[in-house]
Write a new protein. Structure first.
Lengths: 731, 536
């Protein structure tokens, strides 16, 4: 050990030591070790020159250098110079975490013609100098251990070629709410084909159901329908409404999707005239679009501005399907052309065709965007609010339908047949609630309740309006100003969520009982109408997609992004993006921004035309593989299949994510991971264990000082204390 | 056939009915139809298809601008990134940890900064400003002023010897540390700055301002560098510089670029807390802003991560965080909510509790806007860690007599009583406003501002990144305050919008006015002004 005190302020910026393998033959590993000071981050704790001297004594090391900032241009030039001169053919940088600069240094190696997989990093910052800042001697020793381990592995690294795959220049967008529409439009406008799949008969999603949107109070349909029409008419968009994705296979750039085209029993001759609707005898189906507040017929258009503007026969309610006959016509007779139900009789263009069947279409796409949106949380999770018990209690979405001019009341806010005099809005129904299981904040409810409170004041100026809240989350552009204005308009904001709602005896009003936490006293309000600010949960049909694409969910149940801060629309699967409320609750502008963000992500692949696939993946040794299939059973990505001819397993290199499961279960050792071979890992473990001296226990103060047992003397004699290491024979 | 009497009676009934002015509305509608019919004697207007230059300009190198440029560059198009300061990274580089994941901000940011600097398709122009824009979608002519660093970027290896040798080393306040740390005349904003090269502060360098530094003169420097004269007195920075990359003769340059699309991503500044003088910022040293707290908390900050506030000089035993400083306030003129403060104060409360476990932390709030993914859960966690949330903003802060602690006076609106909290430090949750110079830049581009002075988007709900000018997009905090994931999404959204243009290759534009009716023309030349501006 160096006798003098290590004074890190006197460490020169750079230095170099020749290693024991400097004269090794050209085809054997000649490792260059570059130790970084990282400014002061590493050299403040670790004796860098000592580490460099030690590195030079390790097997296969041709030279060791240190430099102040290895990731900088001049730092990288040191590495490049050694590579160009042929002094080294393996590179180790002992510095920060590979998550920080592995791509940087791999690039450095590639620029001088060295395969990037001959590069290795030893993390002596996050794993050494930072956590052990108070113990420099021990930290330096640990850095030597880490370096010894990296050197042992480096000698065993293999050349791996990065493969590129072609990208089919088409995208699949699942879900056509406002997010999916904008994602599709950006990609289509860039000149690429988009298949837009929507499970409902019309596109538009929930925004089509809204009356007005905050904070500018634009009419939702006025701003949405032009985009719906753009999508319907766009030459690059293959609109597949009333369809569902049944299966997805493949990998980035090469996804195969099977889409079920459900049968409307109405073909494209439909002009949307509505004569069938008038003729249909079934008139009592609760309208999904109107949240059950009105009824529709069995042959229906979900709403007037539906795109595509084609009617649909609902087989669950159409008498021909439900009962086998409608009037005098039986289903069989109709199919044979021998009878005609009322709808067909009324249809001039002869667009109704009960012989239509479900179709399946196969699509080849390069990227996928999941934009399946939300469902509202079922308000019965908070039974104290008596939703479904009293007709006075409705959800926010039902309010939108009452308020909308195209709704069941023509835009009149009425309950129990009359205009309400007292309206109470309740925030956070379902959300922010461990009991209901939805801990998350649903983000839009504060503002939609404020907007709805304003709509009540606009339509019913004499009504008394109260909003019960916990926090008012009016954070978006224009939102705070909107909230300020409605309080001036006379909307009363009372802090404290209600505890219960009960019927006023002998009346059709209800009583809302709550505690006003600012006044510090309980109160009761009579209300004609109570609107529940229900939150959002992921659309229930997304689970099928999750299984098909092997996507992850976050703790709150929404789809998980690759990184919550910096990759909000990417997923762990290359080429698959998530956007809008499928990823987390959000309002319209943020949903559109995410839809466009996902489009950008897709366009990067589509425009480049190729995608690189991760090379550090599984490899099957065909001579050893017995085709038992144990690996395929544990593979979460479905990347392993049995080749029927040779009876060995094969790896789909684009689907394999390199998790290592196959390697772990393979009984014959045929499945191994490239870049993480067993022998590479064992060599690292052996190298780490070589410092087999009793470890001094450092009193960290506060840690319980159980008397450390004397560790048993290691069976094999190994070399003593670090620095004067004799070269250890390579494994 | 109605009798006169019946008609009269009807009229009476009508008079009683509440007026909805059906007549007036109908009249208006008739006028409007008439106008349209007359106006339909339209002439055919020619639309011309022009090629789009397959390059983009991104103004601003913060997180939004970086992500916009990376996506466009990855798709294969050239991007010019213009950043006013000496480094990209923006404010995110100053942060300690980011909510709600508590990732180290620089750790997730710097790899992307390296990506931007190394990308073959990105032309990074730091220490530069956009000074002129002409043209229209697909064909913008942009003038970029390259400010002189007095250091040759290609030669500097970032060795930092000049910084240490400078006669004024560590004498001036360091903007990156919110003026809590020190730097010299030649400096790098922070060690991981990209480009990783040094920069001379023209205001604070003797050689630049006066042509001499100590005994060294500018002529000496020229002789030393260009003629190789060794025996002249040169300033210590030049003497110690290995690559000889310090060049005091550098001049401002104006470069011109032709691009097809422009993205404005110029970000925010914090609202100056002096607008609320009752909080005594700048008067009492105990009172600091949220951004100053980030620098104290950051391990590479002026106190290496110890929360020892200048002027207080000890670890705090009591800390008070105040929300909505500047924001939601008609008096200060910033009526809007700044969106990120509730969460960053919760994060600060958590970090303080972690670093100084004995410190008692109180957060004063109006509403807790923990709306994003993982935010509510983080807020719950912070409360569980013992941070005390009290509803009601402080009305004043004064110095405790005979002590260096302060007293924060407010009213707890839930208990319904006033309180006074003694504190060692008070952190003000300052809001965000558009960065300095935004108004001038927007004017240069022809983009309007919304009433809150942020950039006006084409449609608040449906076109959050487009502007009224085709081909120019806004993204990130220049359009409205937002946090990192939303800024990243917006950056990518602007990239998508740009790619839709660039990948299309062509755009239709209306040909300009060609005829001027000479009888009506007054010769006022306003048309010429407009045409000049448009580059027609």
């Amino acid at each position: 050990m160096a006798e003098e005190e290590y004074d890190y302020t006197k460490v020169p910026m750079t230095g170099s030591v020749e290693g024991i393998a400097k004269d090794a033959p050209e085809d054997s590993p000649r490792i260059g070790v570059y130790v970084c000071h990282c400014g002061i981050n590493i050299k403040m704790t670790i004796d860098v020159p000592d580490l460099v001297k030690y590195a030079a004594t390790l097997p296969n090391v041709a030279l060791a250098q240190h430099y102040i900032f290895t990731c900088s241009d001049p730092g990288q030039n040191l590495i490049k110079a050694d590579l160009a001169a042929g002094r080294v053919n393996r590179v180790i940088v002992a510095a920060c975490s590979p998550r920080m600069h592995e791509p940087t240094f791999r690039g450095t190696c590639v620029s001088e013609g060295l395969n990037p997989f001959f590069f290795e990093m030893a993390n002596i910052r996050e794993h050494c100098s930072w956590p052990h800042g108070d113990f420099p001697k021990e930290a330096t020793q640990k850095a030597k251990d880490l370096l010894r381990s990296a050197v042992a592995r480096s000698a065993l690294l293999e050349l791996i070629e990065e493969k590129k795959v072609d990208v089919t220049p088409e995208t699949l967008v699942i879900g056509s709410g406002v997010t999916g529409l904008y994602a599709a439009l950006d990609i289509a406008n860039s000149g690429y084909k988009v298949h837009l799949v929507e499970k409902n008969p019309s596109i538009g999603g929930h925004v089509a159901q809204l009356d007005r949107v905050f904070p500018k109070l634009d009419k939702a349909t006025s701003i949405l329908t032009p985009r719906m029409i753009d999508v319907g008419a766009h030459p690059n968009i293959d609109l597949m409404a009333y369809s569902e994705v049944e299966n997805i296979e493949g990998y980035v750039g090469n996804y195969k999707a099977t889409v079920k085209r459900k049968s409307r029993y109405v073909n494209e001759k439909c002009t949307g005239c509505g004569a069938c609707e008038v003729a249909c005898p079934v008139k009592d189906v609760p309208s999904e679009f109107d949240e059950g507040l009105s009824a529709r017929t069995a042959v229906y258009l979900p709403f007037p501005n539906a795109v595509p503007p084609i009617y649909t026969v609902d087989p669950e309610n159409c008498l021909l399907f439900k009962e086998g006959k409608c009037g005098d016509a039986t289903l069989d007779a109709v199919k044979e052309g021998k009878a005609v139900p009322p709808c067909m009789a009324a249809c001039k263009p002869n667009a109704i065709d009960f012989g239509m069947t479900e179709q399946q279409e196969e699509l080849d796409v390069g990227t996928i965007i999941v934009a399946t949106g939300y469902d509202i949380i079922d308000p019965t999770v908070s039974p104290e609010y008596k939703y479904g018990v009293y007709p006075n209690v409705i959800t926010g979405l039902e309010f939108e339908r009452l308020s909308a001019a195209s709704g069941p009341t023509g835009g009149k806010i009425e309950i129990n047949g009359k205009e309400p005099e007292n309206v109470v809005f309740i925030s956070c129904v379902g959300s922010r609630n461990k009991q209901t299981g939805y801990e998350h904040c649903s983000r839009v409810c504060c503002m939609y309740l404020a907007k709805q409170a304003h709509m009540v004041k606009e339509k019913l100026p004499d009504a008394k309006v109260t909003v019960c809240y916990q926090d008012v989350r009016a954070f978006g552009k224009g939102d705070e100003e909107f909230y300020g204005n409605i309080k001036i308009e006379g909307v009363g904001y009372r802090r404290g969520l209600p505890a219960e709602i009960y019927q006023k005896p002998g009346s059709d009003k209800v009583v809302v009982r709550a505690e006003d936490t600012l006044l510090g006293e309980p109160y009761e309000i009579e209300a004609d109408l109570v609107v529940l600010g229900v939150g959002m949960k992921p659309n229930e049909r997304v689970w099928d997609i999750v299984n098909m694409l092997k996507l992850s969910q976050s703790v709150d149940g929404f789809l998980m992004e690759a990184h919550p801060k910096l990759r909000p629309v990417d997923t762990a699967t290359d080429g698959v993006f998530i956007a809008g409320c499928a990823a987390s609750p959000k309002d319209i502008p943020d949903s559109i921004a995410q839809g466009k963000a996902a489009a950008a992500g897709s366009l990067v692949y589509l425009v480049q035309g190729t995608a690189t696939i991760e090379p550090a993946i599984s490899q099957i040794n065909e001579e050893v593989c017995i085709g038992c299939g144990s690996c395929a059973e544990v593979c979460p990505y479905g990347a392993l299949t049995l080749d029927e001819v040779s009876l060995v397993m094969t790896v789909n290199e684009a689907m394999c994510k390199g998790c290592g499961g196959c390697n772990a279960v393979c009984p014959s050792g045929a499945a191994t991971m490239k870049h993480f071979r067993d022998r590479q890992i064992y060599s690292q473990i052996d190298a780490l264990l070589q410092r087999a001296v009793p470890v001094e226990f450092v009193d960290l103060g506060g840690v319980e000082a159980a008397a450390p047992e004397e560790p048993a003397a290691p069976a094999e004699t190994a070399e003593t204390e670090g620095v004067e290491a004799e070269p250890v024979a390579a494994e | 056939m109605a009798t006169e009497a019946e008609v009269e009676a009807e009229i009476e009934v009508e008079k009683e009915k509440p007026k909805t002015d059906i007549e007036g509305n109908t009249r208006n509608l008739m006028q409007s139809i008439k106008g349209k019919v007359e106006g339909s004697c339209l002439e055919k207007v020619e639309e011309k298809e022009v090629d789009i230059i397959p390059e983009a300009l991104v103004i601003g190198g913060g997180i939004a601008g970086m992500y916009a440029s990376l996506d466009i560059a990855d798709a294969g198009f050239k991007v010019h990134v213009v950043e006013r300061s000496a480094t990209i990274g923006g404010h995110m580089a100053q942060l300690d940890k980011t909510f709600p994941t508590l990732d180290c901000s620089a750790c997730i940011l710097t790899p992307r900064m390296v990506d931007v600097s190394k990308h073959g398709n990105i032309n990074l122009m730091s220490y530069s400003e956009v000074v002129g824009v002409e043209g229209s979608v697909g064909n913008f002519k942009v003038k970029v002023k390259r400010k002189p660093r007095y250091v040759i970027e290609e030669l500097c290896n970032g060795c930092s010897l000049c910084e240490q040798a400078c006669r004024f080393a560590y004498k001036f306040p360091n903007e990156f540390d919110e003026n809590l740390g020190k730097r010299g005349s030649i400096y790098r904003p922070f060690p991981q700055a990209i480009p990783a090269v040094y920069c001379v502060d023209p205001v604070r360098c003797q050689m630049v301002k006066k042509g001499k530094c100590g005994k060294a003169t500018i002529e000496n420097v020229r002789a030393y560098l260009k003629e190789g004269k060794e025996d002249v007195e040169v300033p210590p920075c030049v003497a110690i510089c290995g690559p000889k990359c310090i060049d005091f003769d550098m001049e401002e340059k104006i470069e011109e670029y032709n691009v097809g699309a422009i993205i404005v991503a110029t970000g925010y500044d914090i609202i100056e807390p002096e607008l609320m003088p009752e909080y005594k910022y700048g008067v009492l040293p105990n009172v600091i802003t949220g951004l100053e707290f980030e620098r104290y908390s950051n391990a590479s900050g002026p106190t290496f991560g110890k929360i020892i506030v200048k002027g207080v000089d000890r670890l705090p035993k009591d800390a008070v965080f105040i929300s909505c400083v500047g924001s939601r306030n008609k008096q200060t003129g910033f009526e809007y909510c700044s969106r990120v403060c509730c969460m960053y104060l919760a994060k600060h409360a958590h970090l303080l509790g972690e670093k100084v476990p004995d410190c008692k932390v109180t957060v004063l709030y109006q509403d807790v806007r923990a709306f994003g993914k993982g935010f509510e859960e983080f807020y719950d966690r912070v409360k569980g860690e013992g941070v005390n949330y009290r509803r009601g903003l402080a009305s004043e802060i004064y110095q405790k007599p005979g002590s260096d602690r302060v007293v924060v006076r407010g009213e707890d609106t839930m208990l319904g009583e006033p309180f006074e909290l003694e504190a060692d430090i008070v952190v003000l949750g300052v809001g965000l406003k558009p960065s300095a110079g935004t108004a001038e830049l927007l004017k240069m581009l022809g983009i309007e501002e919304t009433t809150d002075h942020f950039a006006k988007e084409a449609h608040l709900k449906l076109r959050p990144v487009d502007t009224d000018i085709e081909g120019i997009f806004v993204t990130g905090c220049v359009q409205a305050p937002r946090d990192i994931p939303d800024s990243v999404a917006q950056g990518k959204a602007a990239a998508a919008a740009s790619l839709a243009l660039l990948a299309g290759g062509k755009v239709k534009i209306r040909t300009p006015v060609e005829e001027i009716d000479e009888e009506l023309c007054l010769g006022c030349k306003s048309l010429r002004e407009m045409a000049d501006k448009m580059g027609a």
